[in-house]
Design a protein around this ligand. Structure first.
Ligand SMILES: [Fe+2]
Length: 237
């Protein structure tokens, strides 16, 4: 039923968090994924300006029925960041309570940075499906940037959080990141995606906001590393 898919890519400072210099400088993307028939949607990584994101959904006549978490970092879920208190999941639960879908390996960290409780979270494993009306979103566990990072596949779209950008991938020098797991994510877990899959990243770090995996494979140096030894060296290990 994914031919009735609704997908919005919202950019910090442009579509939400307008006038917030920190949000603007972080270049985050937030996504709405839903069903144009039932008008139900999910928010991927609600942070920075929950009211602003909910307003976009409302203007499109979409009902937000859940939140998907790509990983626990505060620019994606809210919490303390560089001396700022980023709003996120806690605010969403306050103003529009919905289930929060998270990979089980990131759940504890989501609780720690946002203050939400375990009972607010729906824990997932790779391959689990979350419905937005009749539209299916598949959770793919893609560890590396964090232990519980997930990408979300919906039809031809891959919403990738900080796992993969158009250029490069998520940082691997942060607490909980894992260079070898990211190698397996890039060379095994995401390797079977067809070239026609459209990559929608978690930050606007590219020259274009999204691109087919075929183009990303041709131009992203992090996907063209000959061996894990080269990869470790490249990542300073
Ligand atoms: Fe991150």
């Amino acid at each position: 039923m994914n031919d009735q898919r609704y997908l919005r890519q919202l950019k910090a400072g442009r579509d939400f968090g307008v006038g917030n210099p920190v949000a603007t400088s972080m270049d985050n993307f937030i996504y709405l994924i839903g069903d144009t028939a039932s008008r139900k949607c999910l928010i991927v990584d609600p942070a920075w300006d929950v009211a602003g994101v909910l307003a976009v959904a409302a203007a499109d006549d979409m009902e937000v029925v859940g939140a998907l978490v790509s990983h626990w970092h505060p620019d994606h879920v809210g919490g303390p960041l560089f001396g700022h208190d980023v709003e996120g999941l806690a605010k969403l639960l306050e103003v529009h309570p919905v289930p929060i879908h998270v990979h089980r390996a990131d759940a504890e960290f989501v609780q720690m940075v946002t203050g939400v409780s375990r009972s607010d979270l729906t824990l997932h494993d790779s391959g689990d499906e979350v419905m937005a009306g009749d539209v299916v979103v598949q959770c793919l566990h893609t560890p590396g940037h964090t232990a519980g990072s997930m990408c979300f596949k919906c039809g031809s779209a891959l919403v990738a959080g900080d796992t993969l950008f158009l250029q490069g991938c998520g940082r691997l020098d942060l607490p909980g990141s894992d260079v070898d797991e990211m190698w397996r994510t890039l060379t095994e877990r995401l390797a079977t995606l067809p070239d026609s899959t459209i990559l929608y990243p978690g930050h606007d770090y590219g020259q274009v906001p999204h691109a087919p995996m075929g183009d990303v494979r041709a131009t992203n140096g992090h996907l063209n590393v000959p061996s894990i030894e080269h990869w470790r060296t490249m990542m300073g290990r």
